[in-house]
Write a protein that binds this ligand. Structure first.
Ligand code: 3PY
Length: 253
């Protein structure tokens, strides 16, 4: 088990996270102090740049919360840049095969373990060169989470879970539903059955299975199902729902 896997399992219950899509450091700080186990900073679907991601990582740093960043797409350039600015746990979208997973692991490791480019004195993660142990220890500090969110990924889930350097797997219900022919309906029985099959396969491989919950009831169900880490909401949802509810209650007669 990797250090990230150990940390996930050490709680003995699901590690609860909050999805960050507002892309501002102030929101990151507000959410970081709230007591979640982890925050996910979304480089795939939120209006983020490397600069906004860095600012959010800095804002969350004083708080005991594990930062995870989702790269826009699993490629060596994004992986290198996200690692260099200091994110050490990355969520990799759309991992469909073991070969793709292995290539992404290679992109996250310095030679001779892999192909990650070296930015020693200019990288924040090595304290701009002051942390001379980073180059030697990076392979132990980096954690990769492969997203399972397509029919192809479901078919390959055992093989992806077996890839060394993939520390955990995370199911994206919205994309999975779309791939299974149920666009916009992740609650469809076929999608939910596929999710449970994937969770069981990931658990059987001894790796933590995570998921993005659709709402609080779904979060409770997924925790009861045995998911090891669960995103139980989003900063956007909290703000949008709170704003609507306030107006509704103020205008109720
Ligand atoms: C999905 O539901 O497809 C995700 O990737 C989570 O945002």
């Amino acid at each position: 088990m990797s250090a990230f896997g150990d940390w996930i399992h050490a709680a003995g219950t699901a590690r609860l996270g909050l999805w960050q899509a507002l892309a501002t450091p102030y929101t990151a700080e507000i959410c970081a102090q709230a007591g979640y186990d982890w925050l996910l900073f979304d480089g795939e679907h939120a209006p983020n740049t490397l600069q906004t991601l860095l600012a959010q990582l800095q804002a969350a740093a004083p708080y005991p919360v594990h930062p995870i960043a989702r790269v826009p797409v699993g490629d060596p350039v994004h992986i290198k840049q996200y690692l260099d600015i200091g994110f050490q746990t990355l969520l990799l979208p759309m991992v469909d095969s073991a070969a793709q997973a292995a290539a992404l692991v290679s992109a996250s490791r310095f030679p001779p373990r892999g192909t990650r480019g070296v930015a020693s004195a200019t990288s924040r993660v090595s304290r701009f060169g002051a942390d001379t142990s980073y180059l030697r220890q990076a392979h132990e500090r980096v954690a990769l989470i492969a997203q399972i969110e397509s029919r192809a990924a479901l078919d390959a889930v055992d093989a992806i879970a077996a890839v060394e350097g993939i520390d955990a797997l995370f199911i994206g219900p919205a994309d999975l539903a779309a791939s299974l022919g149920h666009l916009g309906d992740p609650r469809h029985a076929d999608v939910q059955a596929a999710i449970e099959t994937a969770r069981a396969a990931i658990a059987a491989a001894g790796k933590p299975a995570g998921i993005f919950a659709l709402d609080l009831a779904d979060a409770r169900a997924k925790i009861a199902q045995g998911f090891a880490f669960v995103s139980i909401g989003t900063d956007v949802g909290l703000l949008a729902n709170g704003a609507r509810a306030l107006l509704r209650s103020a205008t109720e007669t």
